[in-house]
Design a binder for this molecule. Sequence first.
Ligand code: TXA
Ligand code: MG
Length: 322
Amino acid sequence: MDQLKVGKDLQKAEDILKRGGLVAIPTETVYGLAANALDIDAIKRVFKAKKRPSYDPLIVHTDALISVERYIEIPEENIFEKLFEQFWPGPLSVIFRKKENGFSDTITAGHPTVAVRVPNHPLTLQLLNNLSFPLVAPSANPFGYVSPVTPEHVYDQLGNEVDYILDGGRTEIGLESTILDLATEPPLIRRKGGVTIEKLLDVIPNLQVADTSSSNPSAPGMLLKHYSTSTPILIAEPEDLDEKLEAKNIGGLFFSRKRKELPNENQIVLSPKGDLEEAAHQLFFAMRTLDKMNLKIILTENFPNHGLGVAINDKIKRACSK
Ligand code: TXA
Ligand code: MG
């Protein structure tokens, strides 16, 4: 990596953002590609760098709800206070209705709502605290590809696009934030992510979960083909393959055990002890590693469908859909 482009220099990151540049920022979920949320040209640069279609809205990142209060309608019910207290900072993005002069339509893709999140990473929280404006930050990957969990992942794909990568190490959770829509009644989970449905149900008993089978761009966050590797991924066991492939061309991405039919070195087990948090932490890193191995296909499986397993299964399903 170009050492001038990667580092822990908060002042440099701040200066670039103030000038309308792009900085990759660490969060507890995945790396984001950040720009000044009040600078339309900078926001457009983010869409361009990611080759992201303009109909897919961005999440606004802030250090505290109070910093964006003037742009959004905050629901009054006290259940929401509990929600913010419990989950922010953390891997939860919340969709609010915009105020009359709220965030630009470029951020929200013309929707009357905006997604906001307070990321839980010390470097990025400090950065947001130092700045006088919030940041937009989509995951720092080309549109449709797996999200980055290390500075190297960002550098590999967007090294030329980004002005600086703030190095906060490898991300802890490894999956994107859960997106909770509070602008609908009842509240709706639009993306399964780092905060589990079980935990949210404790606070919001009438919570609904959006159907993941949609590939409708008017339902942002729900594009079916997403998180994909270049190598095709398939939920199948080696013996289920009808196509005749040599074992050396088949990879495996499994939860807790390897398959004896496949070469040892082609397989990654996400958590030998069967821990879903560990599996989530490893998932995108493993997908990228396997994608670099020139395999013809990667086999995977359904994960236990509870806790973070729900989000893992959702990512896998999207990665599989061609
Ligand atoms: O964990 C995360 O949320 C990461 C880190 C960098 O913070 N960010 C992230 O952003 O995953 P991005 O842009 O890759 O995904 C944001 C998702 C998109 O699928 C978008 O469609 C959805 O959020 N979204 C944004 N604003 C929305 C809105 N107003 N209504 C519905 N969905 C929205
Ligand atoms: Mg993304």
